[in-house]
Design a protein around this ligand. Structure first.
Ligand SMILES: Nc1nc2c(ncn2[C@@H]2O[C@H](COP(=O)(O)OP(=O)(O)OP(=O)(O)O)[C@@H](O)[C@H]2O)c(=O)[nH]1
Length: 165
C-alpha cells in the first residue's frame, strides 16, 4: 500500500510530544519503502482544537517539515473539522503535480507549464511566506501548503493516498 501511494500524510497529535518525536522515524520508514520515488509527504498536526493542552508548537511542526524537505505542513482537528478538507485538498493538489504518469505534453502544454510560477522552498521572511502560501491562522496555527517544485504531470485514475498515524 505505502509502496504504491502517490501521496503520504504523516499525522501526529499536537498534544503528544511522543507522537511528534516519532515523525522522523515514520518519514525515514516511508522514504525507505518508496525507494527514491518522489512522492509528496505531508505533515499533519492533529487535534488542533486542544490548544490548551498543546505540547507541540505550530512552528516546530513547520520547522520539522522544512528540515525533512516535506511537501506541506498543516494542523487540523477531526473533532471540529478545522482544516480537514484542506489536508486532503493539499494531498490531492500535490498528487496532481507529482510524476504519476509521464505527461504526453503538447506544445501548448509546455508553453503553459513554463508560464506557471515556480514554487520553491519555504522562505523565512513573513512577506515572502505570505506570497508562498503560508498562512497564520487566527488561532496562531501555521499552515504551510506551498509544495516543493515538482514536474508537471497527469493524475492517474488509480491515485492513492496513504495516511500514517
Ligand atoms: N479533541 C480531539 N480528540 C480527537 C481528535 N481526533 C481524535 N480524537 C480522539 O482521540 C482518541 C483516539 O482517536 P482515534 O481516532 O482512535 O486515534 P488513534 O490514532 O487510533 O488513537 P490515539 O493515538 O490514542 O490518538 C479518541 O478518543 C478520539 O475521539 C481531534 O481532532 N480532537
Amino acid at each position: 500500500m505505502l509502496r504504491e501511494s502517490q501521496a503520504i500524510l504523516i499525522v501526529y497529535s499536537i498534544v503528544s510530544e511522543a507522537s511528534f518525536d516519532s515523525v522522523l522515524m515514520r518519514v525515514v520508514h516511508a522514504r525507505s519503502i518508496l525507494e527514491g520515488r518522489d512522492v509528496p509527504i505531508i505533515l499533519v498536526g492533529a487535534k488542533a482544537d486542544l490548544e490548551n493542552y498543546r505540547q507541540v508548537s505550530s512552528s516546530s511542526g513547520l520547522q520539522l517539515a522544512r528540515e525533512l524537505g516535506l511537501s506541506a505542513f498543516l494542523e487540523c482537528s477531526a473533532k471540529t473539522k478545522y482544516q480537514v478538507d484542506e489536508v486532503f485538498e493539499t494531498a490531492v493538489r500535490q498528487m496532481l503535480v507529482e510524476k504519476v504518469e509521464p505527461a504526453r505534453s503538447t506544445e501548448a502544454d509546455s508553453q503553459r507549464d513554463t508560464e506557471q510560477p515556480t514554487e520553491g522552498s519555504v522562505p523565512e521572511d513573513a512577506e515572502e511566506q505570505r506570497e508562498a502560501g503560508i498562512h497564520t491562522e487566527p488561532s496562531g496555527a501555521v499552515q504551510e501548503t506551498n509544495p516543493a517544485p515538482r514536474p508537471a504531470a497527469r493524475a492517474s485514475s488509480s491515485n492513492r493516498c496513504c495516511i500514517i498515524i
